[in-house]
Design a protein around this ligand. Structure first.
Ligand code: 3PG
Length: 212
């Protein structure tokens, strides 16, 4: 799957995952996939993140594994070497756009303002992460930009919860939402994979309106 919109259409929620201990990566990914969430964003925020991507790729074939928190051009080559199938960045710069063209996985870049949307469109991106979604104006922001920015779809991330996720997913320009609530640090630390599978199953049952 090489198209980011297609990847994001697989499940209504993309877990935003931070792995502190490598041995947690595979059981966590298995629990999320068992609950129905196949598209996983493993953030490059810890020393074991790249190894986690590589391990999950090898051990959980049903998962579609992305590298999150891509901040620098060199993160793209590292993510490629680890086997990432897509990338996520909290923002977008010309350097990152250039780096994304040299790798074979698609990028979901972050935006927060109309000017950033326009810059992203100029760089060829029409599937975007609204980040941080709640602080950026949440569902009201997304409804407001649906007029001028037709054809652009979003994965809002940042402050999305089980309580507000359905409101986001009801919007025509929302393809899915991202969030860490399905992989909470305390449950990971407790290795409570059953509870995480339950959270994933609940997230999977959220309804979304498919973008036109
Ligand atoms: C992040 O980058 O940490 C994501 O936006 C997740 O945000 P959340 O913890 O509010 O879901």
């Amino acid at each position: 799957m090489s198209d980011i919109r297609q990847i994001l259409s697989v499940a209504p929620v993309v877990p935003v995952i931070t792995i502190e201990r490598l041995e947690h990566a595979v059981p966590l990914a298995r629990a999320l996939v068992a609950g129905g969430l196949r598209v996983l964003e493993i953030t490059l925020r810890t020393p074991v993140a790249l190894a986690a991507i590589e391990t999950v790729r090898g051990a959980v074939p049903d998962a579609i594994v992305g590298a999150g928190t891509l901040l620098r051009a060199k993160d793209f080559s590292a993510a490629t070497a680890a086997g990432a199938q897509f990338g996520v960045s909290p923002g977008l710069t010309a350097g990152l756009a250039e780096a994304s063209r040299s790798v074979d996985f698609p990028l979901l870049p972050g935006v927060m303002t109309p000017s950033e949307l326009m810059a992203a469109a100029e760089m060829g991106f029409d599937t975007l992460k609204l980040f941080p979604a709640e602080q950026a104006g949440g569902t009201r922001m997304l409804a407001a930009v649906s007029g001028p920015f037709r054809g652009v779809v979003f994965c809002p991330t940042g402050g999305v919860t089980p309580q507000n996720a359905s409101t986001y997913l009801a919007l025509a320009n929302v393809v899915c939402v991202g969030g860490s609530w399905v992989a909470p640090p305390d449950l990971i630390k407790q290795q409570n994979w059953a509870a995480i599978e339950g959270l994933a199953a609940e997230a999977m049952s959220l309804r979304r309106r498919q973008p036109a």
